[in-house]
Design a protein around this ligand. Structure first.
Ligand code: PHB
Length: 397
């Protein structure tokens, strides 16, 4: 066997989705070299449907760092959302309440912008690699091993290793059990997600609570729409014809006076729901960011936003770590990032449990939930927490 080709860099990044690429971009602006690898091909990542809402701070990050001039042009600014329940629909006016907005701009486009920006800058990003392994995490020179798409084995020696390798993170598993705490929550439902060739049904997103379950009416373009409805986690997409999906969605939103524009359904998937955090977000010279360290249920659209907020802080702390040849900034990163992570965990849990039909709910629980929605929509102070959390809390500290 030929020995692996050695590569020397400052930061080795496992996972070249939006978090890994944004980190590589921020580091390179600070004059720090990195190598990023991903098991998936660029095409596979581009074709995976993910959430579509960016907080104001995420939009600013993409624009200010020169990654995307498309986010304003091709995205849609949403100054609010509709909360529909109890036979009526109520608009939450983000701009009026907190002076901020959300941007409809799909994660796949964020990824494309980042991958293009990194390619343009000549960054070392390798997609479609195999046999990824990391080691020597508590030594001065941690290692990343992988085989590239051409079948050549490499060994990267770096000052620091970053795991931005998603919810099934391989890096996360390298942290010894006694060094970390994992927090979990499972939910007794999932989302059935579809893409439909149809015009938009509303100018903004509709979060719809009904006795038949939750539904979310989102969008993509003038001719393509994204919608979700609460389903059993064991639901089989094969059991759901276009007709069955449309009649279920229409029944749920019709309860609150909305009517959907229908069209051919081109994609259907069941999305599991889980809340998860691993603390701390560092071990030796390894740091975790984004879904590798924490996952949220999709209701608050926080996953990508949280990953971008992580790497914004991480880039600052890695800059200090490299300059000072110290691991102390990694602990500071973990502490700073976890503040926002737990706010987003609460927000996502709260949106989820407020809006879904809970299988074990008693009649008291159901009426209490309606009372919660009424108090939220009934006054500006009730709505302001939702507006602030949805558009994103003030930037990293
Ligand atoms: C989406 O458009 O995919 C989307 C939007 C809002 C959410 C979740 C997903 O809360």
């Amino acid at each position: 066997m030929t020995p692996p080709t050695p590569i020397r860099t400052q930061v080795a990044i496992v996972g070249a989705g939006p978090a890994g690429l944004m980190l590589s971009h921020l580091l390179s602006s600070a004059g720090i070299e990195s190598v990023a690898v991903d098991l998936r091909s660029r095409r596979e990542i581009e074709e995976t449907q993910r959430a579509g809402i960016l907080e104001q701070g995420s939009v600013d990050l993409l624009v200010e760092t020169g990654v995307s001039d498309r986010v304003h042009r091709d995205g849609y600014r949403h100054g609010g959302i509709e909360l529909a329940f109890g036979g009526a629909s109520h608009r939450i006016d983000f701009e009026g309440l907190v002076g901020a907005a959300a941007q409809l701009y799909p994660q796949t486009d964020v990824f494309i912008d980042l991958a293009d920006a990194r390619a343009r800058d000549g960054a070392d990003v390798r997609f479609g690699v195999t046999d990824v392994g990391v080691g020597d995490l508590t030594s001065e020179r941690p290692v990343l091993r992988f085989t590239d798409a051409e079948g050549v084995a490499h060994e990267v020696r770096a000052d620091f290793l970053v795991g931005t390798d998603g919810s099934r993170s391989l890096c996360r598993r390298e942290v010894p059990e006694q060094e970390r705490t994992q927090y979990f929550r499972e939910y007794p439902f999932a989302w059935f997600g579809i893409l439909a060739e149809a015009p938009p049904s509303a100018p903004e997103l509709i979060y719809n609570h009904s006795p038949r379950g939750f539904a979310l009416i989102s969008q993509r373009t003038e001719t393509l729409q994204r919608m979700y409805f609460q389903c059993d986690p064991a639901a089989d997409v094969g059991d759901w014809s276009d007709d069955r999906i449309w009649s279920e969605l229409q029944a749920r939103v019709g309860h609150n006076g909305h009517v959907l524009q229908e069209g051919p359904i081109t994609s259907r998937t069941v999305l599991p729901f889980r809340s998860f955090v691993q603390e701390p977000m560092h071990h030796g010279r390894l740091v975790l960011a984004g879904d590798a360290a924490h996952t949220v249920p999709p209701t608050g659209a926080k996953g990508l936003n949280l990953a971008l907020a992580d790497v914004r802080v991480l880039a600052e702390e890695l800059e200090r770590a490299v300059a000072q040849r110290s691991t102390e900034p990694l602990a500071t990163y973990s502490e700073r990032a976890l503040g926002r992570v737990w706010k987003a965990q609460h927000f996502s849990y709260w949106m989820t449990t407020m809006l879904h039909t809970l299988p074990e709910a008693t009649p008291f629980d159901v009426r209490r939930q309606e009372g919660e929605l009424a108090s939220l929509t009934g006054s500006p102070s009730g709505s302001a927490y939702l507006a602030e959390g949805y558009t994103g809390w003030p930037g990293p500290r």
